[in-house]
Design a protein around this ligand. Structure first.
Ligand SMILES: [Zn+2]
Length: 553
């Protein structure tokens, strides 16, 4: 008995009278009574001791080992003695144990709220059931709704960034205290007025860290003119990387030449050999189509699951969405599709890659029939299709200057060589430059050395990019003006455009070179936000999302 008394929500307010254990249904029932002899009228606040009657409340409490715990609490009804009060009889309040009318104890509701914050409605309810809290998803969300957002002090340093409710459609704004790295709030959109309103309601921010968006800049200019704005260095590096990619796009021939120079270095006797030009395995349009198809399927599954949660029948869902019942059944049975289509682990590599050296050897020895090569390859364990093989063979033909269709040739052909190095695309070149020096592979360093030799403009571009990265990374504010002048006068249009943009945002960019403030924590939190959105099928309202984001344990 003594130990059971200790388990009660408030052992001084409740007194254990008896207990009952049901071994079959794993239920422990404790009958307790309130020890309060006097209480206050909830309306007028007057104290009273006059008992009207007694009644019993049934409360679900925290599960106890593998027993669910039910409290049968005997409480009183009291008379209000204040003749001026319009309440005559009222029920005894035990706020530390349970709020009026509740069927659960306060501490059980708190536990459910913690589960809901961490996992959301559906997953939270599943875990809850395993742990002995039987509560459906929507009840869990109701409990979350009652949870007030924590109070916060307006931070001195505020990080601002945007995030996608639905990529490409709807965006919001995320606010983070950069001193404590705590998220503070989510705003419903990324409009200047919304941020300006928030800043006016919360005066006292001294430093504002943001990306280079004009909208946020104008909001901050309007609503917090005395605060220092800092352009985030992460976004500055990204601006540079995007600029480089565009700039390299105008020098594709030079990039291709580098790959070939590199290959020819590897081939000793270049007069009698030809080199296979590598081709990207997945072309952009195909990838885009995959993405579109996936988004369509994702949306369809969301709709089906939403309607099902609203208790629509499978037939009705099928009719509403114009799909077959078997599709509805299949989509319901499947786990939620990921936001991004899954790729095979060998994405970007062809099944034929491991066999290329052997194919080239056979090819050079005169075996050029695709059917023969296919049967040879299959013996070696090749799992790919004939089509994939033929695509590769047509590259070999192209390298040797043969027509694309197979023909009999009598003259002797140059030997082909496939060095299998990935093509140097503008994106890869930009990436190599932004990469910190200590993180580059020896081969990549060599590539960059070749790059600057291809064209005088490329040398200027790479030099200016490195200088910019260095002044960002080492906060060399004193050389920033000089760099800007050089970039503005350089012969590369995309870089000039970047420099002009930096000029327009001069104060914020310069400030980023003088402070340690960084939006890095905001980027990390943005990723957590993405995870929360996916857990709730992207359907969570702003309020619920904010709570889970700001208060998640
Ligand atoms: Zn009263």
């Amino acid at each position: 008995m003594e130990i059971l008394q200790c388990l009660l929500p408030n052992p001084s307010l409740l007194n254990l009278k008896s207990y009952e254990i049901d071994l079959e249904s794993h239920q422990l029932t404790l009958t307790v009574s309130s020890t309060q002899t006097r209480t206050q009228c909830p309306l007028c606040g007057d104290w009273t001791q006059r008992v009207h009657s007694r009644y019993q409340r049934t409360l679900a409490d925290l599960p106890c080992l593998h027993f669910s715990l039910i409290l049968l609490v005997q409480v009183c009804k009291f008379f209000c003695l204040n003749s001026a009060c319009c309440r005559r009889i009222f029920t005894e309040r035990i706020p530390e144990v349970a709020v009026p009318w509740a069927r659960k104890t306060v501490r059980q509701v708190q536990r459910l709220q913690m589960i809901g914050l961490a996992l959301g409605g559906a997953a939270g309810s599943r875990l809850g059931n395993h742990l002995g809290y039987s509560s459906c998803g929507s009840t869990l969300l109701n409990h979350l709704q009652k949870l007030p957002l924590p109070e916060f002090k307006t931070p001195k340093i505020l990080g601002v960034d945007d995030f996608a409710f639905r990529k490409g459609h709807q965006y919001g704004t995320i606010l983070v205290n950069l001193e404590t790295h705590q998220p503070i709030a989510l705003l419903a959109d990324r409009k200047a007025d919304t941020l300006a309103d928030w800043l006016r309601e919360h005066p006292g921010v001294e430093i504002l860290s943001r990306d280079r968006s004009k909208t946020y800049k104008s909001a901050m200019d309007k609503a917090a003119p005395e605060a220092i704005q800092v352009a985030d260095r992460f976004h500055l590096v990204k601006n540079l990387s995007d600029t480089l990619e565009i700039a390299f796009g105008n020098y594709r021939a030079e990039l291709k030449a580098i790959a070939q120079t590199k290959n020819s270095v590897l081939i000793e006797d270049s007069s009698e050999t030809v080199v296979v030009t590598p081709q990207p395995t997945a072309i952009a349009t195909a990838q885009e189509q995959t993405q579109i198809n996936h988004q369509y399927r994702l949306e369809q599954q969301r709709q089906i699951k939403t309607l099902r949660q609203q208790r629509w029948s499978m037939e009705a869902i099928a009719k509403e969405l114009g799909v077959s019942i078997s599709t509805v059944r299949r989509y319901l049975a499947q786990p939620d599709f990921p936001e991004i289509p899954t790729r095979r682990s060998t994405f970007g590599r062809s099944l034929i890659d491991p066999y290329k050296q052997e194919i080239v050897a056979w090819w050079n020895s005169g075996i050029m029939e695709s059917k023969v090569l296919m049967s040879l390859l299959q013996k070696k364990g090749y799992q790919g299709s004939q089509r994939t093989l033929q695509r590769y063979l047509s590259l070999l033909r192209e390298a040797q200057g043969l027509p694309s269709a197979p023909v009999r040739v009598s003259k002797s052909l140059p030997k082909v060589v496939d060095t299998q190095s990935p093509p140097l695309t503008p994106g890869r070149a930009a990436y190599l430059i932004v990469l910190k020096e200590e993180n580059r592979e020896p081969e990549e360093i060599e590539l960059l050395e070749h790059l600057v030799l291809q064209h005088p403009d490329l040398a200027i571009l790479v030099d200016l990019a490195h200088e910019f990265l260095q002044l960002l990374r080492q906060r060399q504010v004193e050389v920033f003006d000089e760099w800007l002048m050089k970039a503005l006068a350089c012969p590369i249009p995309p870089l000039k455009k970047l420099a002009a943009g930096l000029m327009n945002d001069y104060a914020a960019v310069k400030a980023s070179l003088m402070t340690e403030v960084s939006n890095g924590p905001v980027e990390g939190l943005n990723n957590r936000l993405k995870m929360l959105k996916r857990q709730m099928y992207g359907r969570a309202g702003l309020e619920l999302l904010t709570k889970r984001f700001v208060m998640s344990p």
